[in-house]
Design a protein around this ligand. Structure first.
Ligand SMILES: [Fe+2]
Length: 315
């Protein structure tokens, strides 16, 4: 004689759990919600605090590790130890005279904003360009790239990569160059991957002439070459501000010039030269400049737009 387990709800749950299944009416966590959650946190990192640490790392961490001697900014949201916002990671890096990072390529798209120091250069797919303060240099996914400091000054910059998005979607590939460095290099002063500070200023001046001296203006660093990241330079006049907005896109702002503060979802974040501000999706934000300021916006708008998920509203 066989005994049959009583057909109870508890037994039903146990039986489908044993098949790695869950009932939609029984979920411990909702799968859908009415609007984007405020998950990642608004946060600011201050270059004045970071720079002495980079200098100490330059003394204490040997040159063999110089390629990795960077400081990533991880968002303070619980459980996160890497991403700055959901899709993008930002890092500070300093390289000393004579240091070289060997050529490699990888799936993630990357870019660099130079803060201080002259005499460094990057080689991207065989083209060598100098990196100067205020410049933005791109290394699109799977482009070979390396860099070196051939000058006499320490060079400080910020890196931005879509690595967290690649982690999420899993298509990661990384490959060191078989020769260590690219064998055939052409030296150039201008290249499609290099956005020079003087060109950015000229573009902002042209936008300013059109909009008026009191207007906040912005220009895209384009045409776009990174599939996942849009880059915008924003100039806010002294005493001016940006339009209050909230958007499904995640953004990181880097302070290229000036000082001010950002009001982000009820928080006030002060900033000055070289600082980094993380503004995750759907957090209403406004930037205010004390003195004329230029901010680089690094945003995943193209990702959101390509799926029809980019939504922005006046906050
Ligand atoms: Fe790289």
């Amino acid at each position: 004689m066989t005994t049959t387990a009583p057909d109870t709800l508890e037994q039903l749950y146990a039986d489908f759990a044993a098949l790695n299944m869950e009932g939609g009416w029984h979920r411990r966590f909702p799968a859908l919600w009415p609007e984007p959650r405020r998950n990642f946190l608004p946060h600011a990192w201050h270059y004045a605090q970071v720079k002495p640490i980079l200098d100490r790392a330059g003394r204490l961490v040997d040159t063999a590790q110089a390629e990795r001697r960077n400081l990533t900014m991880f968002n303070p949201v619980e459980g996160n130890i890497y991403s700055t916002v959901r899709t993008i990671v930002a890092a500070y890096q300093m390289i000393r005279p004579g240091e070289v990072a060997r050529a490699h390529r990888h799936t993630p798209n990357a870019l660099r904003l130079i803060l201080e120091g002259r005499g460094t250069y990057t080689v991207v797919d065989g083209t060598q360009v100098e990196m100067r303060p205020g410049d933005v240099l791109l290394t699109p996914g799977m482009a070979w790239h390396s860099h070196a400091n051939g000058g006499t000054e320490d060079c400080y910059w910020m890196d931005f990569l879509d690595v967290p998005l690649v982690h999420l979607l899993e298509p990661m590939f990384y490959e060191p160059h078989p020769d260590g460095i690219e064998p055939n290099v052409t030296v150039a002063d201008s290249a499609a991957i290099a956005f020079r500070w003087e060109d950015t200023v000229a573009a902002l001046d042209a936008a300013q002439a059109e909009a008026g001296a009191d207007a906040t203006v912005s220009v895209d660093l384009g045409p776009a070459q990174l599939a996942t990241i849009r880059l915008r330079m924003i100039r806010i006049p002294a005493g001016g501000q940006t339009a209050p907005i909230r958007t499904t896109a995640n953004s990181i702002f880097a302070v290229v010039r000036g000082s001010g503060r950002s009001e982000v979802d009820g928080q006030v974040l002060e900033w000055g030269f070289g600082d980094t501000i993380a503004i995750p999706a759907w957090r209403p934000f406004t930037h205010f400049a004390d003195e004329q300021a230029v901010l680089l916006q690094v945003t995943d708008e193209p990702v959101m737009a390509s799926f029809g998920w980019l939504r922005s509203e006046t906050a």
